[in-house]
Write a protein that binds this ligand. Structure first.
Ligand code: HEM
Length: 186
């Protein structure tokens, strides 16, 4: 394996250490997570002491079409922008019924019905994102996805509007657990 490959596994650890200070933790659906004061984001499988540790792996896309991918690549920016001092970690678990669907059924719900990409594109490049998959790491992961977003303070209200739009969509009827953790780099 070449050392030049970018990291794909990331660990989000909640506790009293880390670059991100927690300013809000909201249980949206299902079980909450224990409250913490800071979150650290580490490439690899960090195992420093923490109240909870969530791991996910970046992967190839499942749903986007060539045309959507082109639009995303043209508009999106990367993580780590100096002005992106706000972030959200939103771990999500979908239902067993979702995972029992076929690929074409999931795509129809994700985009033709819910307009996930169409909605998301409106918020680029203000919001930068990285999607981590958990199911591919093994059994017993508490969430299916760890979603991570970074933005500037001036875009915080827009981010709230984005989240509200997505939560009102058909796709979210297939979500059974969601915790919304807002952090600031400080
Ligand atoms: C910044 C705007 C956003 C854009 C451009 C965007 C774009 C995307 C795209 C393209 C995918 C599909 C990747 C694939 O083909 O596999 C995706 C998946 C996903 N997004 Fe977003 N998204 C945005 C915001 C959000 C927000 C705010 C949330 C959570 C509240 C979210 C949660 C998810 C989840 C859970 C998935 C995985 C869905 C699945 O595979 O079942 N996204 N997003």
């Amino acid at each position: 394996v070449s050392g030049a490959q970018p990291a794909r596994v990331f660990t989000f650890a909640g506790g009293d250490a880390g670059a991100w200070r927690v300013v809000g933790m909201t249980r949206v659906l299902g079980d909450p997570l224990p409250e913490v004061s800071r979150v650290s984001v580490t490439a690899g499988t960090a195992d420093a002491p923490a109240k909870w540790r969530l791991r996910g792996i970046t992967s190839n896309e499942r749903y986007v079409t060539r045309d959507e991918k082109g639009q995303l690549v043209a508009k999106q920016q990367g993580l780590g922008r100096p002005e992106s001092t706000r972030a959200a970690l939103i771990p999500i678990r979908k239902t067993a019924a979702w995972w029992a669907l076929a690929q074409d059924e999931r795509r129809r719900i994700f985009e033709e019905s819910s307009r996930h990409v169409r909605i998301g594109l409106k918020y680029l490049p203000a919001v930068a994102r990285r999607l981590h998959h958990c199911r591919d790491l093994g059994e017993g992961e508490p969430f299916d996805f760890l979603t991570w977003f970074e933005y500037a303070p001036a875009d915080a209200a827009a981010f709230d509007a984005l989240v509200a739009e997505l939560r009102a969509s058909e796709e979210w009827r297939w979500v059974e657990r969601e915790v919304d953790i807002r952090v600031v780099r400080a």
